[in-house]
Design a protein around this ligand. Structure first.
Ligand SMILES: [Zn+2]
Ligand SMILES: [Zn+2]
Length: 303
């Protein structure tokens, strides 16, 4: 298993007995990426025994409190835990200025650097990449500038066919190139095509996070066929008007997006605190898109 998603908070603005505000950790090939950091994110991490040593990047979708009130607490606890590694916080334009004063006041002299990196929430662009993953912004429609995040795992190495490597006496120094798809040129000048030396790599995975947003068909091509889509479903059908007014989605709308984008699985979250019985909302989504599940705090989803 190379990827998993941990939901720290599945709720919306008002916390409930069950749900903290939005925060998640996406793990891929032994690295952690935090997505939104609602109040209590660090508490959930500690409750779950999640270490932070592999967490160097946090992605904030928008500057509403239920998606970023957890940042200051998390950063000051990291300082208490003697973190030294840089912490990068990717967020909408304006995030640096917004956190300038609280950072100065509460985090002066902490033993690590906090680096804010702003991106344009109106553009579907690559905002971060490393050896394992590419992260793209997904422009969303909300009351303030807001962006989802598409995590696309980078292609994995091809599998070496050991017998063929031995047969052609290929030196170890060439193996990395061959795993990446290169042909081998033998000493006598003969070219050994890569497909004789390797088999296809393992499948890569993709995850799209879309919260908060009004119904937006513009995101469909961006999230097409992802392995897992998290889409907000703040309201049930009966509150469709309120959803429109507040620029949120209903469960049916989230499921319609999932169906149109032909995603493999949909997970809905950010349900309004008014729904004591969340199953009603889930059923509305499942009527449109069968492979829908409900997000819950401290839930772990494997890819
Ligand atoms: Zn929200
Ligand atoms: Zn919001």
């Amino acid at each position: 298993m190379s990827a998993k998603l941990t939901i720290l908070g599945a709720g919306s603005a008002l916390p409930t007995r069950l749900n903290f505000p939005s925060a998640q950790i996406f793990e891929l090939r032994d690295k952690q990426y935090m997505i939104d950091c609602g109040e209590g994110a660090q508490i959930r991490m500690r409750q779950m025994g999640l270490k932070n040593t592999r967490l160097n990047h946090i992605f904030i979708s928008h500057l509403h409190g239920d998606h970023c009130f957890g940042l200051m607490g998390l950063i000051s606890s990291f300082a208490l835990l003697n973190r030294t590694a840089d912490l990068h916080i990717h967020g909408p334009i304006g995030i640096t200025k917004l956190f300038e004063q609280p950072m100065k006041f509460f985090c002066d002299g902490i033993p690590f650097a906090v680096i804010f990196q702003e991106f344009d929430t109106t553009q579907h662009r690559l905002i971060y990449a490393d050896r394992s993953v590419e992260v793209y912004a997904i422009p969303l429609k909300h009351r303030v500038p807001c962006s989802g995040f598409l995590f696309k795992e980078k292609p994995k190495d091809r599998h070496i066919i050991r017998d063929m490597i031995d047969f052609y006496q290929i030196p170890i120094s060439q193996l990395n190139l061959i795993k990446q798809g290169a042909d081998f040129i033998a000493e006598d000048g003969q070219t050994i095509p890569n497909h004789l030396l390797t088999t296809d790599p393992d499948k890569t995975i993709s995850y799209a996070y879309c919260s908060d947003t009004a119904y937006s068909e513009e995101i469909i091509p961006i999230i097409s066929k992802v392995d897992l889509l998290y889409h907000e479903a703040t309201f049930a059908r009966s509150e469709a008007l309120r959803a429109k007014k507040t620029m949120h989605s209903t469960a049916e709308q989230a499921a319609t997006i999932a169906r149109s984008a032909e995603v493999k699985r949909l997970i809905i979250g950010h349900l309004s605190a008014r729904y004591r019985n969340q199953d009603v909302v889930l059923k509305e989504a499942q009527a449109v898109f069968e492979h829908t599940m409900l997000a819950a705090d401290m839930q772990v989803i494997e890819f």
